[in-house]
Design a protein around this ligand. Structure first.
Ligand code: BES
Ligand code: MN
Ligand code: ZN
Length: 503
C-alpha cells in the first residue's frame, strides 16, 4: 500500500473512495456542507433519511456527484468531545472493514474533522494509517485464496491533511502507523492459525524467520536444555504433548544492553499452542477457542519485529514460552510438585492453570538474561473476560511507577487497560502443604490470584497484561473481523520505543 499525504480540499482528490468522518451532529455550514453541495445534496438527504447518526462506527455509502472521488463513505466517530486515540484507529479500521467484499484500490481519508485530537494532524495520520491496515485484515484468507468477502487490498491510501500541514512529518507518521498495523496483523495471523498448523516447533520456526528478516538474535531452548536449566514449571506443562515445548528467546541490541530510558526491557508472551486443560480437562463447549491461547507469544514476536523495523538496534528482549497443554500418559497430574527455575516448589492443583507456570519460568529466565523491567502478555484467565469484556485489558503490577509507564504507553497506543489490585491477603489461600505455593485455589478472587502467582517470579519491576478478553473477538466488530484482535501489540511497541535512541 502506497501512502500519500496531500493538503488539497477533500472534494478535489481523485480516489475510488473518499472517507468522511462525521463527528457529532453534522454541521452543513463548513467544508462538510461543501462536500454535500458538490455531491448534489446526497449527504444531507441521507441525514434526513436517518443515516449519518452520531453512533460510533456506523457508516453510509453515498454517490459523489462532482466530488472527484468515485464514492463517499461516511463513518461516524461519535461525540467530538470523546474523541480519543482508540476512536481514531477504530474509525479508520471501520472504513477499511466496511469495504469487505467490495472492489476498491484507492482510498482517501479526510483528516481535518479529527485533528482536535491531542497530538493534532500528525497523531491522526499515524493512527488512521494504522487503522486502515488493521481494519483491512481478515483471517478468512489465511488458508484460502480468493475469498470474495475479504476487504480489498488497497494500492493507495491518501491522507487529506489540513492546508499548511507538514507533509513530510505527516508522511513519516503515517508510515510508522502502517508498520505498527502490519505488526499487529502479523500477530493476528500467527494467533489465528490453527493448532494442527502451529505447534510450539512451528512457532519457533516462525520466530526464526522473523529474527532472520530483521537481524535479531534468537535462541530456541528445547526440552533437554530446559530440563537441565531447571525450568520445572515450563516442562510440567510441555511434557504432556507429543509436540515438544520450545522456549523462544529473541533480542535486538546487545546482551543486557540498557536502552535510552535506562532499561533492559523484556516482553514475555504466553504461547500455549493449544490449551485442552491437560488432565484437568476443559469442557468441550468452545474448547476450539483455545487455539488462541498462544496469542501473547505471537504478540511479543510481532512486537519485537515492529520495533526492529521502526528503530533498529533498540535494546529489547522477547520471550515466548511455547507449549501444548494436553492430557496423556506423560502429562502432569493434579497434585504434582515441581521446582520452578527460581527455586520455588509449586503444587500444581489444576493443570488448566498452565499459563502462569510457563510464564513464571520465562520471567526468571528473562531476569537471568539481564532484564531490568518485565511485561508479560497472556490469555490467562476466563475471569478477566467476564470482568472487563473484550475492549479492556486487565493489568497488574508490582511497581506503580513501572505500571504507570506501561499504562501511559497504552494511552498513546489507543488501547484500554484497567489496573487490578494484587491483594496480599489472598496469598493465604494459595498456601500448599507440600510446596511454596499452589497454582490455583478456588474461584473467589481467581483473577487477582493469577497475578499474585506470577508476582512470585518477579524480582524486578513487572507488569502483567491479561488479554484473555481482548485478544480475540468472538464476533465481527464494525472495525475488525472475527478472531485475533492484535490487542496490546501497539502498546508494547510504544513502550519499547520509549527507550529508542532519539533520531
Ligand atoms: N487459557 C485459559 C484462559 C482463557 C479462558 C482464555 C477463556 C481465553 C478464554 C487458561 O489457561 C485457563 O484455563 N484459566 C483457568 C484458570 C483456572 C483453572 C484457575 C480459567 O480461567 O478458568
Ligand atoms: Mn488453561
Ligand atoms: Zn491457557
Amino acid at each position: 500500500m502506497q501512502l500519500r499525504v496531500v493538503t488539497d480540499q477533500p472534494w478535489v482528490v481523485p480516489a475510488d473512495l473518499l472517507v468522511v468522518p462525521i463527528a457529532g451532529e453534522p454541521a452543513w455550514d463548513g467544508p462538510l456542507g461543501e462536500i454535500d453541495r458538490r455531491a448534489n445534496g446526497e449527504l444531507q438527504a441521507l441525514h434526513a433519511f436517518g443515516e449519518l447518526r452520531a453512533k460510533r462506527f456506523t457508516s453510509s455509502l453515498a454517490a459523489s456527484g462532482a466530488v472527484k472521488a468515485s464514492r463517499i463513505l461516511t463513518v461516524s466517530v461519535g461525540d467530538p468531545v470523546d474523541l480519543d486515540r482508540e476512536t481514531v484507529v477504530h474509525f479508520a479500521a471501520a472504513a477499511a472493514h466496511r469495504l469487505s467484499g467490495r472492489v476498491t484500490s484507492s482510498m482517501a481519508v479526510w483528516l481535518e474533522p479529527l485533528t482536535t485530537l491531542a497530538g493534532g494532524a500528525e497523531a491522526v495520520a499515524m493512527l488512521v494509517a494504522r487503522g486502515v491496515v488493521e481494519g483491512g485484515y481478515d483471517p478468512a484468507t489465511i488458508y484460502r485464496e480468493n475469498v470474495k468477502t475479504a476487504p480489498p487490498i488497497l494500492d493507495e491510501l491518501i491522507l487529506i491533511a489540513p492546508a499548511g500541514a507538514d507533509v513530510a512529518g505527516l508522511t513519516a507518521a503515517a508510515v510508522r502507523g502502517q508498520v505498527i498495523g502490519e505488526g499487529a496483523n502479523l500477530a493476528r495471523t500467527l494467533a489465528n492459525r490453527s493448532s494442527n498448523d502451529v505447534s510450539p516447533e512451528v512457532l519457533a520456526e516462525e520466530a526464526w524467520g522473523v529474527a532472520e528478516k530483521h537481524g535479531l538474535w534468537i535462541d530456541v531452548i528445547g526440552p533437554e536444555k530446559a530440563t537441565e536449566l531447571g525450568m520445572g514449571m515450563f516442562m510440567a506443562v510441555g511434557q504432556g504433548s507429543d509436540n515438544p515445548p520450545r522456549m523462544i528467546v529473541m533480542r535486538s541490541g546487545k546482551k543486557a544492553e540498557k536502552d535510552a530510558a535506562g532499561r533492559h526491557l523484556a516482553i514475555i508472551g504466553k504461547g500455549v499452542c493449544f490449551d485442552s486443560g491437560g488432565i484437568s480437562i476443559k469442557p468441550s463447549d468452545r474448547m476450539e477457542e483455545m487455539k488462541m491461547d498462544k496469542t501473547g507469544a505471537c504478540t511479543v514476536i510481532a512486537a519485537i519485529a515492529t520495533v526492529a523495523r521502526l528503530a533498529p538496534g533498540t535494546p529489547l528482549l522477547a520471550l515466548a514460552p511455547a507449549v501444548e497443554n494436553m492430557p496423556g500418559p506423560h502429562s502432569t497430574r493434579p497434585g504434582d510438585i515441581v521446582k520452578a527455575l527460581n527455586g520455588k516448589w509449586v503444587d500444581i492443583i489444576n493443570t488448566d492453570a498452565e499459563g502462569r507456570l510457563i510464564l513464571g519460568d520465562a520471567m526468571t529466565y528473562a531476569e537471568r538474561l539481564g532484564a531490568t523491567h518485565l511485561v508479560d502478555v497472556a490469555t490467562l484467565t476466563g475471569a478477566v473476560a467476564r470482568a472487563l469484556g473484550d475492549m479492556v485489558t486487565g493489568a497488574f503490577g508490582n511497581d506503580q511507577a513501572w505500571t504507570d509507564s506501561v499504562l501511559e504507553a497504552g494511552a498513546s497506543a489507543g488501547e484500554r487497560f484497567w489496573q487490578l489490585p494484587l491483594v496480599d491477603d489472598y496469598l493465604q489461600d494459595m498456601e500448599s502443604w507440600y510446596g511454596d505455593i499452589t497454582n490455583s485455589s478456588g474461584a473467589d478472587g481467581s483473577l487477582v490470584k493469577s497475578g499474585l502467582f506470577l508476582r512470585e517470579f518477579a524480582t524486578k519491576p513487572w507488569v502483567h497484561l491479561d488479554i484473555a478478553g481482548t485478544g480475540y473477538y468472538r464476533k465481527t466488530k464494525p472495525f475488525a473481523a472475527r478472531g485475533a484482535s492484535g490487542a496490546s501489540h501497539a502498546t508494547l511497541v510504544e513502550l519499547a520505543l520509549a527507550g529508542a535512541q532519539p533520531a
